[in-house]
Structures are given as C-alpha cells and as structure tokens.
Ligand binder design. Structure first.
Ligand code: ADP
Length: 297
C-alpha cells in the first residue's frame, strides 16, 4: 500500500502569444482545467501502476474540489482521507507562450489548511501504510507531524518540492529523500559539489537514510547510506513531449516498488521507466503509464 500525504490543485492553463507584463492585459486561448498538485499526481500515478493507494489531503467545497476527487476516484485512489472544506481548492494559474515558457501563480487554498490535527485524524490510514510519500506543497508543520506519527515499520519518501529548509528530524526520517538537481542544490547551498555523486554524499551527510537524485533525460542516481556508493540508473531514451508531472510519477513508482520490497537501485530502475513514459504524452495525470507500459518502454 502507498499512502500519499500532500496537495491537490486544479491547474488552470491559458495559452498566450506573449506573457503579460506589469499592468498589461493580453488575450489568451480557451481555459483548460486539469487535475494536479504533487500529492494528487503521485496518488494517481501509484494507483495507475496498480498500487493500493490512498491520499490524505484537503480540497475546497467547490467545483475544483469535485474535479480532483473525481479524477482520484477514476484512477482507483482511496479518497477517504481527503478532507473537504476550510478554504477554496488550491489552484495553479498557468500561462504558457508558444515557446513553452510559462508563468505560474499558485494559490495553496485548502492545501495550506491541512493541519497537524488532520494528520492525527488520519491515524488509522497511517497505521496500515507501508510507504508514506509526501512533498512540501502542504505546511511544513504538517509534514513534521506526519514524521512524528509514522508507524515504526513505515517508510517515508519525501520530495522536498517546492524546496524549503527542513528540520533535522524530518531529514533523518527520509528513506529516501528524492530531489531533482535544483532541489539538491537548494538543500546543499554552498556545500554542493560538482557531480551528482558528490551531491548524494553531501545529502546523505545531512541525515537521510537514503537519497535519490533525478537527472531528467539522464535518469537518476540512487544512494543508500547503508550499502555504500551511489549508483547511476540510466533512463530509456524517449522523445519528450511534456515533462509536467514526470517527477511525481517517478516518485510514486519508487515508493510503490520500495513498499513491495525492492532495493533502492532496483526501485529506481523501475521509476526511471515510469518517469520516461510520463514525458512521452501531454499533461501530468493524463500521461501516467500502467506498469505494463512502463516495463515495455
Ligand atoms: P523534475 O521533473 O522534478 O524536475 P527530472 O527532470 O529530473 O525531475 O525528471 C524526473 C524523471 O522523469 C527522471 O528521472 C526521468 O525518469 C524522467 N524524465 C524527465 N525528463 C526526461 C526525458 N527528457 N527523457 C526521459 N526521461 C525523462
């Protein structure tokens, strides 16, 4: 079982010829509304792979909240842990120009109201989870409460996105900490070395039991603090169409396979296939593969 604790957002996307500057109004395409948010993305990705998956999160009592609940349920995610109300559903307002560059405003909305008390209330769901996967689009206090509430035999997968300074006890609970290059550099600051192997060793020095660094088209690097040297895992070569949500698919796949008993390098080898499959189609949740498709890549 995979339990995801995290955000759910409606992504509101408008294509524009040129992104507006201060005080400027531009006309854009019809609005496209997509289910998103890192927590909901991970939950949908894990369920599509065949994992028994639940989400703990919060949406508003509004049309965007219903869209998110519908997409989670359609993918087979257990939504008993998704709380409704307290604020409008989180949204990301995204403008994209013809070159693919975008400008994004995120309104966290209900995600910012997911509280430590909500984690306490999710105790029965947590008690059943083998792997718990979370990110930082919910309050850091809530992530810290989750760390304190984890059953002793549950494994925590944390993707610190958007990057923020992490308390030592949160870092120490990660197994693994999953970062892209940008997040690795943020956490390491001036201590970042020149190679991903050096980043991995630097990150392990901060306390997590293991570290996985995603490297885009180059795949990923897995470093288990218990078993030694970082291992590079190549990605299958694919034609990238849209990388939105690829990191979330990667992390969900990693969490699922770790929960099934794979070692870190083995789970990473599966996760790069899922990440690569997710970049071959448009969108985030719409692009997530079944396990069969990921293996066939
Ligand atoms: P993020 O999307 O969080 O910035 P990455 O760009 O490192 O993270 O991508 C996450 C994962 O998605 C990679 O480890 C890889 O599996 C897959 N991926 C991303 N871009 C590509 C690509 N161009 N070709 C193949 N796989 C990719």
């Amino acid at each position: 079982d995979v339990l995801v604790v995290g955000s759910a957002n409606a992504d509101l996307v408008i294509g524009v010829e040129r992104r507006p500057g201060a005080g400027e109004t531009v006309l854009g395409s019809d609005l496209a509304t997509h289910p998103g948010g890192k927590g909901a993305n991970q939950a949908v990705a894990a369920a599509r792979l065949g994992a028994r998956t639940g989400l703990v999160g919060r949406v508003g009592e509004d049309a965007h909240g219903r869209l998110l609940l519908d997409s989670l349920r359609a993918a087979g995610v257990d939504t008993a842990g998704v709380l409704v109300g307290g604020a409008p559903t989180g949204v990301a307002v995204i403008t994209v120009d013809p070159s693919g560059d975008n400008s994004i405003v995120v309104s966290p909305g209900a995600n910012a109201r997911l509280s430590p008390g909500d984690i306490a209330a999710a105790g029965p769901l947590l008690a059943r989870a083998r792997v718990v996967s979370t990110q930082l689009e919910i309050p850091l206090d809530t992530v810290a409460a989750l760390v304190d509430a984890l059953p002793p035999d549950a494994r925590l997968v944390l993707n610190p996105s958007p990057p923020a300074p992490l308390p030592d006890r949160v870092l120490a609970a990660c197994d693994p900490l999953v970062v892209n290059e940008h997040e690795a550099r943020f956490i390491l600051g001036d201590a970042a070395g020149g190679t991903p192997e050096e980043w991995a060793r630097g990150l392990l020095g901060l306390g997590p039991r293991s570290v996985v660094i995603t490297l885009g088209a180059a795949g990923a690097l897995a470093a288990d603090g218990r078993t030694g040297e970082p291992v590079r895992v190549a990605s299958p070569a694919v034609t990238a169409v849209d990388t939105t949500g690829a990191g979330d698919a990667f992390t969900a796949a990693l969490a699922w396979r770790l929960g099934r008993g794979d070692d870190l390098a083995g789970a990473t080898g599966f996760a790069v296939r899922v990440g690569a499959a997710a970049v071959t189609a448009r969108g985030a949740q719409e692009s997530y593969p079944t396990a069969e498709r990921a293996v066939a890549l």
